[in-house]
Design a protein around this ligand. Structure first.
Ligand SMILES: *Cc1c(COP(=O)(O)O)cnc(C)c1O
Length: 427
């Protein structure tokens, strides 16, 4: 029988790279234990919600056409709502991606004359067109919704003075992005977000708060909805789909907000009553069930990557020791060549399309060329092991996912191998 090192050699990992990884891993054991505890807690949350809602085989049946009286769809939405402690939820394969879910949540709850405020700096790239920061047909701006933004202070904290000044009689909705996205600011903890929500509601009690929860689900034991968010929004091909959901998005929140989202997604008068599940419910349920464990594997991968690259002298965000509030790891690789080598490694480690080479391309919604490495079962899924980033300084690669910890580990070792092979890194 081959030993583990020979198995890795077969996959293309040199003995030197493997040993370097093992040295780093040895120091991470206590952190990995804490992550397992967190996953155990979240597994209990999800299981409890499934049991309370009496999920049964009948919930997995396919519906077609209008999809009236779709018990499985309605119960899945109850399971999401109960897990995230909200009154209501909209969880649909008809929501095509995270941007779509966010666009629905925003356009359903903002009317002409209203103002949207981001107190955490610029939003995720694709939202620039949704909001109209970059001109786009059908943007909120075109519909007469104005936008204001308060940047973070240089140390990455909230600029409370200017947030207070920015909240005015037109401010209807405040959007808070939990994860850093393609920025190198820190990701906010749920507790920090809770403090910001409290502050905003003290300034204006009836203001709505939406949290872009992408990549944050199940990383902690609470979600922003536990601390006052009116809506939390995300993609099912990230954390809560557990890698099994082939498409979809969710909006969990107050009944008033979510009802409006239902009307926006389908049509006024129809709302959540329509929307056939097309046979996708088994993977949506099972993915949600697996999500706490899948997220824990992705988190271990992120921490492993941070510690490897920090040791090699690269700036990593978050750093090797700080606490985690999403599954994203940014590694500033300093040159386009290093970015491409890193991504080539992630690609080569994949179960699907391992033979492909990632090349930069102009992706819709992004203003710089983007390089993406992913060999995923679900196209574009970033709860699966993937790395991407815009080709612009500081040449940061955003690394995330891994359906299993072992695959995440291989991907990181392979990225390092490619950097070593290219002569960019010396061990
Ligand atoms: C991924 C992401 C989005 C957009 O989701 P897509 O599914 O790519 O449309 C929005 N916000 C954040 C923070 C994200 O990470």
């Amino acid at each position: 029988m081959k030993d583990i090192k020979e198995m890795y050699a077969q996959l293309g990992i040199s003995s030197q790279v493997y040993d370097f990884g093992e040295t780093i891993l040895e120091e991470l054991k206590p952190r990995f234990e804490a992550i397992d505890k967190n996953a155990e807690y979240n597994q209990a949350k999800v299981l409890h919600a499934m049991q309370e809602n009496k999920i049964s085989a009948a919930c997995f049946a396919a519906t077609t056409g209008y999809g009236y009286d779709d018990i499985g769809r309605e119960k899945l939405e109850k399971v999401y709502a109960d897990t995230f402690h909200t009154e209501a939820a909209l969880v649909r394969p008809q929501i095509t991606c995270g941007t779509h879910a966010l666009a629905v949540a925003l356009s359903a709850n903002l009317l002409p004359g209203d103002e949207l405020l981001s107190p955490v700096g610029g939003p995720y790239d694709t939202l620039e067109e949704v909001i109209g920061i970059r001109e786009s047909p059908c943007s909120l701006k075109e519909y007469g919704v104005s936008y204001r933004q308060v940047d973070l202070l240089p140390d990455g904290t909230f600029d409370y003075d200017n947030i207070k000044k920015a909240i005015n009689e037109k401010t209807k909705l405040i959007t808070i992005q939990r994860s850093k996205g393609y920025a190198t600011r820190p990701t906010f903890s749920v507790t920090q977000i809770g403090q910001l929500i409290k502050f905003c509601k003290a300034c204006k009690p009836d203001v709505l708060v939406m949290v872009d929860n992408c990549y944050g689900e199940f990383v902690e034991t609470i979600e922003p909805s536990d601390l006052g968010a009116d809506m939390i929004v995300g993609s099912l091909i990230k954390n809560p789909g557990g890698g099994l959901a082939p498409i979809g998005g969710y909006i969990c929140g107050t009944k008033t907000c979510v009802d409006r989202c239902g009307y926006r997604l389908s049509a006024p008068g129809l709302g959540q009553e329509v929307g056939a599940n097309l046979g996708l419910l088994p993977s949506l349920y099972q993915g949600f069930f697996l999500a706490p464990t899948v997220v824990s594997g992705a988190l271990k991968g992120a921490i492993f990557a941070a510690n490897i690259y920090e040791r090699l002298g690269y700036r990593v965000v978050p750093n090797g020791t700080e606490s985690r509030h999403d599954i994203i790891q940014a590694v500033e690789l300093k040159t386009p060549e290093a970015m491409l080598a890193f991504c080539a490694g992630i690609q080569a480690a994949a179960p699907v399309d391992s033979f492909a080479t990632p090349v930069p391309w102009a992706m819709p919604g992004y203003d710089a060329e983007v390089v993406m490495a992913a060999g995923a079962f679900v196209q574009g899924s970033s709860i699966e092991l993937s790395a991407d980033g815009p080709i612009r300084p500081p040449y940061a690669v955003y690394f995330q996912g891994g359906l299993t910890w072992y695959h995440a580990k291989l991907g990181i070792l392979m990225s390092l191998q490619k950097l070593v092979d290219a002569g960019i890194v010396k061990l």
